[in-house]
Structures are given as structure tokens and as C-alpha cells.
Design a protein around this ligand. Sequence first.
Ligand code: MRU
Length: 346
Amino acid sequence: MDDFFTLRTVTWEDGAVRMIDQTALPIKLSYVRYTRPDQVASAIKTMVVRGAPAIGVAAAMGLALAAARSRATKLPDFMREMESAAAMLRATRPTAVNLFWGIDRVMKKAGSAPSVRQAKEAVSAEVKAMEEEDIQVNRRLGSNGANLIHDGDTVLTQCNAGALATVGYGTALGVVRAAVEQGKLVRVLVPETRPALQGARLTAFELARDRIACTLISDTAVGHMMSLGRVDCVIVGADRITRDGYVFNKIGTYQEAVLAKRHGIPFYPAAPSSTFDLARIHGNVIIEERGADEVVKIRGKRIAPKGVPVANPAFDMTPPELVTSMITERGLISAPFEENIPRLIS
Ligand code: MRU
């Protein structure tokens, strides 16, 4: 069944990073190849690559490019160059904690090497390992969550938490893939996810490619579909889950969680341990505010009057009381989250 799940979003190719250009989807599946860290930073900013785990690995690879290109011969000079590339990559997007996790992991590797040559080798090996690990972690997460889906279920998701948001396989859609691999018939209800349309452009694309049944709906149809009994459970990804159990994910997730509670539908965030931020509680997370153009235009075409004031928060926060349980590669986490998150994720 392996060749059924073939999208590989980010790849390290010794001295270059290859990634799917997600801005071209679903019209064209094309790849870009970068050799400089500033190219990777710009790709993260402009959402050529997006999704928390994918940007974590991409940023780590951006740093590996900085290492590979360095002409420094002394470690302190090398580390200064690495710090400056790390600062540039950290400034790309603020909400997904995986970005910082990926950068910190590479910086630690570089910082503990005894020579520049060994640091370069260690960093290159580390990003290749992170790439492979991402898929293994998602597969474990998927199989931990698959039993929550019953044969014939319809799963509502949000945004894209699939292969395209990770190196491969996906988190929320990884759970769906694992249930399909178990032989279950599963349908995914895909909200288009305005303003950047990751649901319509990316989730619908990757599900269709893998022949997993899906129905695309407008974001505004979510409550109605629940009220008709057409949603069995909600499975979403996460960009950051704080120590106290608050889930930061794509804008629109919170309203799905509130509506799920109203209709007695289980709500499951699915995320690898790298998405948990044990250092923060919910008040201390920056929610990215993106440009007005995403809202006043659809794919470049204006749909609102010039000059209208716009707010464009890219993420929202779902409180733990709306969460049934969290799906991770280490197992399921249930309430009380404040106690059980630090117990499982350390
Ligand atoms: O703005 P994006 O497309 O990077 O947002 C992505 C999401 O919100 C995903 O749901 C989240 O990163 C989890 S991906 C496994």
C-alpha cells in the first residue's frame, strides 16, 4: 500500500532542499530546489511550504544550507553565521512551535561539534534524520488514532494537516490514512478554509490523489452539516499546544470545536510531540496576523471594496474543555490535560 501515499513535501538532497511548491497546487504539482537559507526563509513566509511539521523540517534544512555554504574555518565564526541564519528563519512565522523546535535541534547539533567539518557533517545527518523521523512519527500517530474512526465514519477536518503539512503521511490526515489502511471506509469533510484555501487547494488535492473519499464544503456549512448528523468526529492538526492544553491551529478550528461540543461530536487534535510547547501557557502565544490581500482577494481577484478595514488572524485557540482527547505518536492524551501533557510529553 506504500506507493498509495507518495507525496514527499520536503527532501534534503545534500547541499539543496527540494520541496513541493504548494502555491501552485492544485493546478500543478511542481517542485522547487533551494541552495540558500534566505530562499528557504522566503518559501516559509510565502507559504511555498506550510504546515507546522513541514516548516520545522524546512527551517532545519535552511540552516543546514547555511552550514554547507559556510567558508568559516573556526567554530566561533561558523556559529556566528549559523546564529544569523537561525534568526532569519525564526522571523518567518510566529505561531507554529515546530519551526523553533527544528531550528533549536540543528543549532544544538552544530554547537556540540568539535570542529567546523564535523559540525557540517552532523547538521547534514541531523536534517536527513529529521526528514525520515517525521514520516515514522506520523505513522505511529496515525495508528494510535485510527481506532477512534469507525468503518463508514465521516471525519471533519480543517485546513491541511496532511502529507503536505508534514514531510509525508500527515497528522490529522495521517489518522485517516491509517484508518483507511485498516480497511475502513472513511469520508473526509473538507472545509475550504478561507482565506488561504488550504482545504480546497491542498487537502482535497491530496485526498483525491490517494483516492480517499472527500466532500468539499464552504467554511460556513460546518454547523449545518453537524446538525444534519453528517459528521461523526472532528480531527484537526495543531501548530502549537501549550502546557495547559490550549490548541492553536488554523483559523476556524475553534468554531468547529464549539459546534462539535454543541452536537456531542468528539473533537480530536492530532499532533506530534514536537508541536507541544511545555514552556508556554496559552496567554503567551503569538497568533500570526497576515496581510489584508488574502481576505479582500481570492486568488488575486478582488472581492471586497478597496480600503475596507480587514482583520486576518491566521490561527485561533481552542480551550482544553472542548477537546475530547489529543492524538500523538506517544499515545492519546485525555483530561486533565494540564497534568497529562507534561506526563506524556517531556
Ligand atoms: O498557515 P498554515 O497553512 O501553515 O497552517 C497550517 C495549519 O494550521 C495546520 O492545521 C497545522 O500546521 C497542523 S499541520 C500537521
